[in-house]
Design a protein around this ligand. Sequence first.
Ligand code: AMP
Ligand code: ZN
Ligand code: FE
Ligand code: FE
Length: 292
Amino acid sequence: MRIDLHTHSVASDGTDTPAALVEAASAAGLDVVAITDHDTASGWVEAEEAARRTGIELVRGMEISTRHEGVGVHLLAYLPDPGHPALDEALSKILAGRNSRVPAMLERLRGLGIAIEASDVRRVAPGTAATGRPHVADALVDLGVVADRTEAFRRFLNPGRPAYVDRYAASLLETMDVVAQAGGVCVIAHPWGRHGPHEPDEATLAELTEAGLAGIEVDHQDHDAHDRERLRAIAGNLGLLVTGSSDYHGMGKRDHDLGCNTTAPEEYARLLELAAAAAQRSGRAAPGVVRP
Ligand code: AMP
Ligand code: ZN
Ligand code: FE
Ligand code: FE
């Protein structure tokens, strides 16, 4: 069984439509794929239809932009009821924060002499619910300013570069609570990004486990072999699930091919058990997996 639990579509900043993403996952030989767009469930319906057509198992999830003690944390929420009012409200606030920072980034770019307008961003990102730096990068590619997203981030959009603008992120603990109320399961995505410090550390992860965290994404391209071993040991100590995934963004991110990291079947089975228990506790009509 090959299981990939973190991918993006054009509903956020991937480059495949949700249907194309699911079809690509099936063609790549995956048995299970999760769609986890940033801060939105807007790709779920199309992904579900494609999963039924192609016969792949689909987990519906999302990657929520949160912050904990000043550190940005991407929270993977699997199988929550997206219609839960508190979840919907939390996501709406994050999406509003994403939209409101775009003009500020464009203003900075214009300050550097680059003629770029909001319409240039809209043109390259027609399907997105979650506008982000990758779309500004795509607009810069489209305008011939840079060759690809990587160059756009390196020159303009990474923290410390001239067009970087911070945005609103939700409180991690509050969001974990909301996801639980919505019947979902929480896993921290790429807890130690390649360029960041080793935060959240083990003590923080222990506190988060107390607060209901179910797992951590250990096998991710942003973690080198040494960090993977350390994170695996921490997960073992804390009784957390270990997941692995590609964080696929289509053509939008190099070296993140579907299935490049995978989740062990036993870990996936445990995740589904936790999801079933969370759904029952919440009393919500949580979505469940789509089985062929
Ligand atoms: P945002 O959420 O708008 O701040 O943008 C963050 C997104 O940009 C994440 O999904 C990252 O995967 C993506 N990203 C960050 N650095 C790069 C890069 N060098 N090339 C392509 N995508 C990137
Ligand atoms: Zn992304
Ligand atoms: Fe992420
Ligand atoms: Fe991601």
